[in-house]
Design a protein around this ligand. Sequence first.
Ligand code: LMR
Length: 330
Amino acid sequence: MQRPIITLLTLGLLLASALAAAAEPIVIKFSHVVAENTPKGQMANRFKDLVAERLGDRATVEVYPNSQLFGDDKVLEAMLLGDVQLAAPALSKFSRYTDVLALYDLPFLFEDLDAVDRFQQSEQGRTMLESMRKRGLLGLGYLHNGLKQLSSSKPLRVPADASGLKFRIMSSEVLEAQFEALDAAPLKKPFSEVFTLLQTKAIDGQENTWSNIYSKKFYEVQPYITESNHGLLDYMVVTSTEFWMDLPDEVRETLAVALEEAIAHGNQVARDKAVEDKERITESGRTQIIALTPDERLQWVETMKPVWQQFEDEIGADLIEAAYAANGSD
Ligand code: LMR
């Protein structure tokens, strides 16, 4: 007669612990460094809303914008320690974990976001999302911001104008080589410090998208912006492989679908902001936007493009060729 009692007790305990587990939502902390009114900020917020709608109490997304939780220099380590579950650093910021993503920093590689889409959707582009898997990080998708412009305390029309100037860069060797090719001085600094560095004139300039230049007010402290479109600022939405694979299957699948939709929204915001934020900056009258003549632009291409060769072995000549071939097939 003792057996049924033990079994009932065991069942009761199991049920109690299952209920407790069910009551605990899966918390997904999403840390990023930009403002909310940006492609990444809008994508993160949309993802949070979609997850709330579709998973209710099973999972909640907490979004931490503006480097509130982690800067991009710390966020990947924090992810491997389980302190944050999602982030979307610029592709320039993964060099400690993989060589191949340096591809995206090569100057004048992509003509526009359509070319970027074509390459990223190709098999080679998709394989790159898995390039850090062995290091514990999994790319869940790419997200756009846009093409980069050069802002400065001096008008920059030709590469020689940048000679001797100090530029803030993201932590990327390709970007370092790009500014060295201009005979300028690149300084790797976190995004959260850029405004103050520009305001106090500790640096002379920086490169970024219209969205970041507008949302972080860099245009208020930089009298000139050269519309160079010389490089790409794109992101990888990344998670810890361990966290992702440990999720219940149906939760993981729902999150993946929600993420895909949120990224599509963020990509549309990126395309809109490249136009709208440029207009807002122009209308502010705080800075002069310099449009390059074809001849001036060619000088920037000729000065910066030799950087490709420096990184050909590291990135792979085939990959560079495949990415470049994605241009101009509209
Ligand atoms: C930067 O550091 O300039 C950018 O990566 C910021 C961002 O996330 O757009």
